[in-house]
Design a protein around this ligand. Structure first.
Ligand SMILES: Cc1cc2nc3c(=O)[nH]c(=O)nc-3n(C[C@H](O)[C@H](O)[C@H](O)COP(=O)(O)OP(=O)(O)OC[C@H]3O[C@@H](n4cnc5c(N)ncnc54)[C@H](O)[C@@H]3O)c2cc1C
Length: 499
């Protein structure tokens, strides 16, 4: 008998989502990730849980509708990691006219069974405080609803839920060969050490590595219909001091987002450039950074340049190639390709997908596989991710409860912990009654107990895992603090139970 029903390669949002769904249906699941969870595209998104307003222009109504419906499902599933956000869309003289934007937003408001999020309103930008950070030329704009998410943590808690439901999650484990027979035989490279695993079904959830995985690991010479699309983001000191995001139109037909980020910063980003090659270690180019600064300067009163960029990241997604010429015209819909052959174990390949629709994608993947590896019925729609077991509007209550039980936490510290761990904040804090009980302060408000929790429960192994994917404290850490964290983590290895 094979070791696992399902072996999933790729610990991004899609792999973690499929692992979670499958484990919850009672299947024996293995997930392997060559690096850290969410180290690929799933920590480099714009972090929106959205229908994708601009996809309406392309006529992708089914995709937009599904994503709009998912917004509120996701908000209930992980209210600590996802929060409603209002977006300001200024009408730009000479570009899409205001009536067209209003019409699009009317459809957006009504297409997806919105119950929680407030509808669109028109704003007179010349008089409204929301117009203050913008250049003076704007008269009219719209404010509409979507949600914002901590993308990397969504991956980690999905993997955590999968593990708690019995899945085996192996990070820093690269699948280097997959031999297809009556079952799959996988050769794994665990930091130079070889390991083997067998499975009845293999899922290629390697995102932008999809083609490379097919060529080099599956040794499949048939070209896959996938196309890579790149996007870049920069983080600068905040351009405005409220909690709304801005979405601005550019002369080259793109939309650029400027979002409030980690209290003191603004995240500026866009997508839609064709990409070729290996997506490992991709960074925004100097041109892309200059472009984003330029767009910000065209729309906001504050002036920024590359020297103001405190952090930047780029991501690549694999889209199903439908023959479109321009990157922005290629469908953002996901596609699940099931390859079944007589006497050979099946292969499921995941194309595309969004953070927003990962739960649905996973549900559909398991439904597609139901005749091969029968498990329980779909179950995730009404579920909560670990830490998300509280009402979607209960964040403040949970912060207050946490501060009451742990009066030694500052308001900001309590907020960060609740926004990161939700109800699991209690597990992070353990029996601590005083701040000193949490161990040494390693920088910002990161205490030893939190790092230990991340290493023991959430597969954190390096400083980057802690500072950029489990938290965003990298924005607040000095080089010395980083070194102190590295030493603390090195000393902690071996004391933990391992996740
Ligand atoms: C710039 C940009 C912005 C985006 N913004 C949004 C947004 O705002 N909202 C939204 O809903 N969606 C957004 N998306 C889409 C979304 O981010 C992606 O579709 C999603 O993250 C893809 O997840 P994935 O799991 O398929 O791939 P990834 O997250 O890249 O995961 C694939 C994983 O496979 C691993 N892997 C590869 N080969 C191997 C191997 N041989 N062995 C083991 N592991 C391997 C990699 O290390 C990687 O971690 C955006 C995409 C981009 C590019």
């Amino acid at each position: 008998m094979a070791d696992f029903d399902l072996a999933i390669v790729g610990g991004g949002i899609n792999g973690a989502g499929i692992a979670r769904d499958a484990a919850g249906r009672g299947l024996r699941v293995l997930l392997v990730e060559q690096n850290d969870l969410a180290s690929g595209t799933s920590s480099a998104s714009t972090k929106l849980i959205h229908g994708g307003l601009r996809y309406l222009e392309q006529g992708w109504f089914r995709l937009v509708r599904e994503a709009l419906i998912e917004r509120e499902v996701m908000l209930r599933m992980a209210p600590h990691l996802i929060r409603p956000m209002r977006f300001v869309l200024p009408a730009e003289p000479g570009l899409r006219p205001a009536w067209m934007l209003r019409l699009g937003l009317f459809v957006y408001d009504h297409l997806g069974g919105r119950k929680i999020l407030p509808p669109t309103r028109t704003i007179a930008l010349a008089d409204d405080p929301l117009g203050t950070p913008l250049k003076r030329r704007y008269e009219r704009g719209f404010e509409y609803s979507d949600c914002w998410a901590d993308d990397a943590r969504l991956v980690v808690v999905s993997a955590l839920d999968a593990a708690e439901r019995g899945a085996t999650i192996r990070t820093r484990t690269r699948c280097i060969r997959a031999e297809r027979g009556a079952e799959w035989r996988l050769v794994l490279d665990v930091r130079g050490r070889r390991d083997l695993a067998t499975a009845r079904v293999l899922v290629n959830a390697t995102g932008p590595w999809l083609k490379l995985f097919a060529q080099n690991v599956l040794r499949d010479t048939t070209p896959l219909p996938a196309r890579l699309d790149e996007g870049s983001h920069i983080v600068v000191r905040r351009l405005f001091d409220h909690d709304r995001g801005y979405i601005v139109q550019t002369r080259d037909g793109r939309f650029v987002f400027a979002l409030p980020f980690e209290q003191d910063f603004t995240l500026i980003g866009t997508t839609d450039r064709s990409f070729a090659g290996d997506p490992s270690g991709i960074q925004p180019s100097a041109d892309e950074i200059a472009y984003l600064c330029d767009v910000a300067n065209q729309h906001f009163r504050a002036t920024i340049g590359p020297a103001d960029v405190v952090w930047s990241f780029a991501g690549v997604r694999a889209l199903h190639d439908d023959g479109s010429r321009k990157a922005q015209d290629v469908t953002r819909d996901y596609l699940l390709a099931l390859d079944e052959r007589d006497g050979e174990a099946p292969l499921l390949t995941v194309y595309g997908g969004k953070i927003t629709t990962y739960r649905r994608l996973a549900e559909q993947a398991l439904d597609r596989l139901a005749h091969i590896v029968a498990g329980g019925p779909a179950w995730t729609r009404e579920s909560h991710l670990p830490g998300g077991e509280f009402p979607y509007n209960g964040f403040e209550t949970l912060v207050n409860r946490t501060r009451k039980s742990r009066p030694f936490l500052s308001e900001q510290h309590a907020r960060r912990l609740v926004a990161t761990y939700g109800t699991r904040v209690e597990r992070v804090l353990g029996p601590a009654r005083r701040l000193e009980d949490l161990g040494p302060c390693l920088g910002a408000d990161l205490m030893g107990a939190e790092v230990r929790y991340l290493m023991e429960r959430e597969w954190a192994q390096t400083e980057d895992d802690v500072l950029w994917r489990r938290t965003k404290l990298g924005l607040r850490f000095s080089l010395e603090e980083r070194e102190r964290l590295a030493k603390f983590m090195a000393a902690t290895v071996g004391h933990g139970t391992g996740a």
